[in-house]
Design a protein around this ligand. Structure first.
Ligand SMILES: CC(C)[C@H](C(=O)O)[C@@H](O)C(=O)O
Ligand code: SF4
Length: 476
């Protein structure tokens, strides 16, 4: 009998069903579990209280990222420096204690492999096509770039996965987001995902797993695909996926935790069966044309508030919906912007190049190519925070750190940094930041901070001009 055509999501889901329940939910096997310091302490506490062990420590990997300061971590004698903030220090110490007690593999703050959990997973080959992967963190969607079904879970689910390596889940609807054509000059993966969210809205993907398809996605590197899948959650989706292909296999081959020898060949054979079948149906389909996508950025306090850099601050009246009009007015008040103002006339005081969206080597190369031979504008503070120690090392081998520091950027240790105000890197109230991160929510980069989301090259352009700028005018 011919089975009906299935999507990538349906294939991965079907391969992980342990038990189907009468209410339509399923017990799903979880292949990989990532942990960080913020959402794991109570889960371990729960295990301890129930006298349970971690069922599969070998499928679990922990790394600190959110609370770690990104200034130097060792003193002149090579000793680890204490963490000044008490709550952060406690959370980091708890992770260290928990992984030791429960035998969970752990990448320490001083290891070159340390980094943001969503940068570390793919980099180590812990993330693989066709797997189910979870982490107590919403941007786990990033890992879908390699063809995994990866999503964020809450702390009680973290405990459930630690104890059982399974989760009870209801199937999601499917949504295809297809981007056809070829990207224009100066347009990056970040601009593509901002355009997508601008189109579908911050709730557009609710209840769905998005599959990103089309020529533009196929032509992207894994770094670019990670940027796109990372922000699926900002479009409201449960997860985002991209079918594995030769780019994926080339990226993974030889990574420390990827399959080896015969296992590799067997894995690739299976991975090749994963792309959606011809004729597979999605519950929703959205199409974008690459030629309509320009270097973009946000003007408001939702990731859906997207305009091209050549655009202006919108007037609240321009929104058809009354609640959108009210939200836009509130956003503009918070952001200190007035309708009609050209985006390129908006001055900035901070630049943040980093986060699990845009802190990989390609991102740093793109930013460095704009920074090269220029200087950070007066009154601007610009941070470059590599996503992992290995990204940092690679960037240093290429001389990118010297380009940045010569241009007046700060070159930091890996971590979440200024993406969210959980460590010393913060934007002061009322000040404005051009940021390569993924959330521009009220207070996200510090109480009263104002965030404009954009690509690494656009962030570098803002740093050297002191305002939101069209990177195409600075590209040689
Ligand atoms: C702290 C963590 C739970 C949170 C998340 O879930 O995403 C953070 O990573 C974020 O980006 O807001
Ligand atoms: S870099 Fe930002 S978005 Fe990513 S995990 Fe850290 S805090 Fe969350």
């Amino acid at each position: 009998m011919m089975s009906s055509p299935r999507t990538l999501y349906e294939k991965v889901w079907d391969a992980h069903v342990v038990e189907r329940r009468d209410d339509g939910s399923c017990l799903i096997y979880i292949d990989r579990h990532l942990l960080h310091e913020v959402t794991s302490p109570q889960a371990f506490e729960g295990l301890r209280a129930a006298g349970r062990r971690v069922r599969r420590p070998d499928l679990t990997l922990a790394v600190p990222d959110h609370n770690l300061p990104t200034t130097t971590r060792i003193d002149a004698a090579g000793q680890e420096l204490p963490i000044a903030d008490r709550e952060s220090a406690e959370q980091l110490a708890a992770l260290r204690r928990n992984v030791a007690e429960f035998g969970v593999p752990y990448i320490d703050a001083l290891s070159a492999r340390q980094g943001i959990v969503h940068v570390v997973g793919p980099e180590q080959g812990f993330t693989l096509p066709g797997i189910t992967m979870v982490c107590g963190d919403s941007h786990t969607s990033a890992h879908g770039a390699l063809g995994a079904l990866a999503f964020g879970i809450g702390t009680s689910e973290v405990e459930h996965v630690l104890a059982t390596q399974t989760l009870i889940l209801s199937p999601s609807k499917t949504m295809e987001v297809r981007v056809d054509g070829t990207l224009g000059y100066g347009v990056s993966a970040k601009d593509v995902v901002l355009a997508i969210i601008g189109r579908i809205g911050a709730a557009g993907g609710t209840g769905h797993v998005i599959e990103f398809t089309g020529e533009v996605i196929r032509a992207l590197s894994i770094e670019g695909r990670l940027t796109i899948a990372n922000m699926s959650i900002e479009g409201g989706a449960r997860a985002g996926m991209i079918a594995p292909d030769k780019t994926t296999f080339a990226y993974l081959k030889g990574r420390p935790m990827a399959p080896r020898a015969d296992d590799w060949a067997r894995a690739v054979d299976w991975w090749r069966t994963l792309p959606s079948d011809a004729g597979a149906r999605y519950d929703k389909v959205v199409r974008l044309e690459a030629s309509d996508i320009a270097p973009a950025l946000t003007w408001g306090t939702s990731p859906e508030d997207v305009v091209p850099i050549t655009g202006s601050v919108p007037a609240p009246d321009s929104f058809a919906d009354a609640s959108k009009r009210a939200a836009a007015q509130k956003s503009l008040d918070y952001m200190g912007l007035t309708p009609g103002m050209r985006m390129q006339d908006v001055p900035i005081q901070h630049v943040f190049i980093g986060s699990c969206t845009n802190s990989r080597i390609e991102d740093l190369r793109a930013a460095a190519s704009v920074a090269n031979g220029r200087h950070v504008a007066d009154g601007v503070r610009a941070l470059v925070v590599p996503g992992s120690g290995l990204v940092k090392r690679q960037a240093e081998a290429e001389g990118l750190d010297r380009i940045f520091t010569a241009a007046g950027f700060e070159w930091r240790e890996p971590g979440c940094s200024m993406c969210l105000a959980m460590n010393p890197d913060k934007v002061p109230a009322g000040e404005r930041c051009a940021s390569t991160s993924n959330r521009n929510f009220v207070g996200r980069q510090g109480p009263g901070s104002r965030t404009h989301l954009l690509s690494p090259a656009m962030a570098a352009a803002a740093a050297v001009t002191g305002r939101l700028a069209d990177v195409r005018e600075l590209m040689g």
